[in-house]
Design a protein around this ligand. Structure first.
Ligand SMILES: Cc1cc2nc3c(=O)[nH]c(=O)nc-3n(C[C@H](O)[C@H](O)[C@H](O)COP(=O)(O)OP(=O)(O)OC[C@H]3O[C@@H](n4cnc5c(N)ncnc54)[C@H](O)[C@@H]3O)c2cc1C
Length: 478
């Protein structure tokens, strides 16, 4: 297997310090020989697909989930903990790239995802520290702040439903006063959520496996961790079964669902241009001061700090109830050295230049976090995102391979996207729904024409043009 593939001995994220009993679970000693459905990947997408394939389903299919490492050990277990449906800055970026209608569709879909997660958490009492918070798109660069403010004024006159819930602070000193972010020139604040994604995903998995702490689940799924898939056959056999070859033998399945995110190209080479691994980094920052001189809690519990352009999030943070901060991004520290991140799927090592960035981050960024009352890095880790060449996830039928489906390529922004993508794809797999029936934004639909366009673009770029897709895509999580 040439890769990308999940590597052993991954760095340990804060979110994986309280492991669920199913973390290294194998439902059976041997792999089943034949299944109705095999899901590859036990991250958010894999768990959510299984959840919706079984939910209220009287004729339950046999399902096996194959996971290369531990459950939820990919991006879903090592992200920034932001469930942040973008209501402004990303909408502006998407409007420029795709037009207003599509930008609005995506923004409303993200809001619906966040609401669906909140409803599921409430309904099933999922202990995943979900908190409703205020977040803000914060701009610290004067020129960028002026540019985004002009865009804000223009978009306020258009039909942008999600902008109605956004409050603009600034331009000027008001932004720093409102957000507590040093040097903020303008900030756009709205409702968002923070959560412990691993605990949420493990609850979904426990529900489908029918064991552990998950409640309200349907049970019966065979979960096989530490079982890397090496290959999926090019064609089904004469009985219509695809062969999924693993390190522990083969499983045959009528339908195979790829929930493999940044690793998809390792199993489906036709997606190699469309979805590529991109390494990112997150740190947990704690205050260094004694309790008598603790730095002030940030005014907002979450912010995305745009420091270069409306298309860029250089760093972002979310608070924890214990006063620590989860800080992600740091791209400016290493973006020029492409070997650190581009098609880099090694989350067993750190991005070295990101570490000093995180060490100095609180002092540089937050009002009152100076002198002795500053922050220091308690832990730092890496994770692999699935960046897509055209910025949209891939959901639907794998072209020319009936029975294979994909739900992957969430671009460092999966938390407000995965759940309803998985729900829609599950409806296609189990009920024969069409993509259009699912309510997923049309630009997320995978297909032959989309892959061809991407491949042609990649070919054009390799014959001399700049990899605009890579240089413009400058967001890492949140
Ligand atoms: C550093 C970082 C920070 C992020 N911050 C945020 C954030 O704050 N907010 C947000 O919305 N999003 C964030 N994201 C993105 C978000 O985490 C992802 O979009 C989301 O978790 C994707 O879920 P997934 O299930 O598709 O992928 P993953 O969680 O990566 O799951 C894919 C699974 O497939 C398995 N797999 C792959 N290949 C094989 C194989 N051959 N055989 C068997 N198993 C295989 C992997 O081991 C993995 O467990 C961040 C991501 C990273 C890496």
């Amino acid at each position: 297997m040439a890769g990308p593939y999940p590597v052993p001995n991954a760095t340990i994220p804060y979110w994986r310090t309280e492991l669920h009993e199913l973390d290294s679970h194998r439902s059976t000693v041997e792999l089943p020989k034949k299944q109705d459905i095999v899901i590859i990947g036990a991250g958010f997408a894999g768990a959510a697909l299984a959840h919706y394939l079984l939910k209220d389903n009287p004729s339950k299919p046999s399902i096996t989930i194959l996971e290369a490492r531990e459950a939820c050990s990919g991006a879903s277990g090592r992200n920034g903990g932001q469930l942040r449906a973008s209501r402004f800055a990303n909408v502006a970026r998407n409007m420029q790239a795709w037009g207003l209608e599509t930008a609005n569709q995506v923004a409303l879909f993200e809001v619906a995802n966040a609401q669906a997660i909140a409803a599921l958490v409430a309904e099933q009492h999922i202990a995943c520290d979900l908190r409703a918070v205020t977040t803000a798109d914060v701009f610290v660069d004067a020129a960028e702040a002026a540019k985004i403010t002009r865009l804000w004024d223009a978009m306020s006159r258009l039909d942008c439903p999600t902008l109605r819930d956004v409050t603009c602070h600034g331009p000027g000193d008001a932004a720093e006063r409102a957000t507590g972010v040093k040097g903020a020139k303008v900030a756009f604040a709205y409702e968002s959520y923070l959560m412990w994604p691993y605990k949420f995903v493990m609850h979904l998995l426990a529900g489908v496996v029918g064991k552990g702490k998950g409640k309200g689940g349907e049970g019966g799924v065979n979960l096989q961790t530490h079982t890397p898939v090496h290959e999926v056959s090019e064609t089904p056999d004469t009985e219509g079964y695809w062969t999924v070859a693993t390190s522990r033998g083969a499983v045959k399945a009528r339908k195979v669902l790829f929930a493999t995110n940044g690793y998809t190209g390792g199993l489906l080479p036709e997606y190699d241009d469309a979805i590529y691994a991109a390494r990112g980094s997150v740190a947990r920052v704690v205050s260094t001061s004694s309790s008598s001189s603790s730095p002030p809690a940030p005014a907002f519990d979450s912010c995305g700090l745009d420091s270069k352009s409306p298309a860029t999030v250089d760093s972002y943070f979310g608070t924890r109830a214990d006063g620590s901060l989860i800080v992600g991004g740091a791209r400016s520290a290493y973006i020029q050295d492409r070997s650190q991140w581009y098609r880099n799927f090694d989350d067993s090592t750190l991005i070295a230049p990101a570490v000093p960035f995180f060490e100095g981050w609180a002092r540089k960024t937050l009002v009152g976090w100076d002198g002795e009352s500053t922050g220091t890095v308690e832990s730092v880790w890496t994770g692999i995102m699935g960046y897509t060449a055209d910025d949209a996830p891939h959901v639907g039928l794998v072209p020319a391979k009936p029975g294979l489906y994909i739900c992957a390529g969430f671009n460092g922004h999966g938390m407000p996207n995965v759940l309803l993508c998985a729900k829609g794809l599950a409806a296609m797999v189990r009920d024969g729904a069409t993509f259009a029936d699912t309510g997923i934004p049309a630009c997320y639909e995978t297909g032959a024409a989309r892959l061809r366009k991407i491949a042609e673009g990649a070919a054009a770029r390799t014959t001399g043009r700049a990899r605009a897709d890579i240089y413009l895509k400058y967001q890492s999580g949140c």
